[in-house]
Design a binder for this molecule. Structure first.
Ligand code: SF4
Ligand code: SF4
Length: 295
């Protein structure tokens, strides 16, 4: 049972072994992202999801998309090779909740093989009101939600469209719908013992001034940490001509927001199929097309 608004001893123990949530853990414990969720219901102007083999490292990039069955095989393979594998995350390459049946099946399969693994998800939050109770019931205690702004007028510049319950939304209406669902979902998760991390993409001249307000709002909802990340202008995305956010500006904003809530500063903006310690990427070594099953 999870007590409302409090973290269980089990969740705290898992957090100490989670390289993204614990700065001490990231030198020791490894994570693997399983790319089982290619679909997305939002189009962010900074995103260009790609499924290719180029040596590129950023969110949304993967060399393969796996079925839940292949994901289990990959987990067994990697677990046999990497001693301190503590976390399995679903981070796309699209949205973990937009492909929820696949995400859920993958987690159930791995839970049946290994009860010690910590699971995490990252999502845009649009479908959290629909799936948050299932997330809690599955035993997932680490969820990352990307919240870029509280202002629908700013959101209209960041999101090209939102697709929800069979309808297509654009402009500030799309941004407002996304925000309402994100905030409701975050509140539910926190109240049910989930550690929520908020990712924020800092896009200079677009949402940078609104970010301290985002941080204050999510702090009031009880999130654990915020992770302000630089815009990486992805080739082929609508923001490809914007400048990459400088580390100097990023750290200055983190310093301001640190006064409100702990700031994650070691995020590597990993690929959707990243494997290994946070500062390494062994995704190419563990591609399923290279895997020869035992026996
Ligand atoms: Fe890309 Fe994620 Fe935005 Fe979907 S929600 S468009 S996968 S960044
Ligand atoms: Fe952790 Fe950041 Fe990599 Fe996600 S993208 S696994 S939060 S380091």
């Amino acid at each position: 049972c999870v007590c409302s608004g409090t973290l269980s001893a089990d969740t705290l123990e898992k957090t100490n072994k989670h390289p993204c949530y614990s700065a001490d853990a990231h030198h020791k414990y490894a994570r693997m992202h399983l790319p089982v969720a290619p679909g997305c219901n939002v189009q962010c102007n900074y995103c260009n999801r790609k499924f290719d083999c180029v040596n590129e490292s950023r969110p949304g990039v993967t060399s393969e998309v796996l079925t839940p069955a292949l994901a289990s095989d990959k987990f067994v393979w990697v677990k046999g090779e990497i001693e301190h594998l503590s976390v399995v995350g679903i981070a796309g390459p699209g949205d973990a909740l937009a492909d929820w049946p696949s995400t859920k099946q993958t987690i159930e399969n791995i839970k049946a093989i290994d009860q010690t693994i910590t699971f995490c998800l990252s999502t845009n939050g649009l479908l959290l009101p629909k799936y948050a109770s299932e997330i809690v019931a599955l035993g997932i205690r680490h969820v990352t939600v990307t919240v870029n702004t509280l202002d629908p007028a700013i959101g209209a510049k960041i999101y090209k469209f939102v697709s929800y319950q069979g309808k297509h939304y654009v402009g500030s209406q799309a941004a407002e719908l996304l925000l309402v669902n994100q905030l409701a979902g975050i509140e539910y998760l926190v109240q049910h013992g989930v550690l929520v991390k908020i990712n924020i993409v800092m896009i200079k001249g677009i949402n940078d001034r609104d970010i301290p307000a985002v941080v204050k709002k999510v702090k009031a909802l009880g999130v654990f940490v915020t992770n302000i990340m630089p815009l990486i202008p992805a080739p082929g995305s609508a923001f490809e001509h914007l400048p990459q956010t400088s580390m100097k500006e990023l750290n200055a904003l983190r310093d301001v927001c640190q006064l409100d809530i702990h700031q994650m500063r070691h995020c590597q903006q990993c690929r959707a199929d990243a494997i290994g310690l946070l500062h390494e990427d062994r995704s190419q070594e563990f591609r399923m097309c290279n895997h020869v099953p035992d026996g």
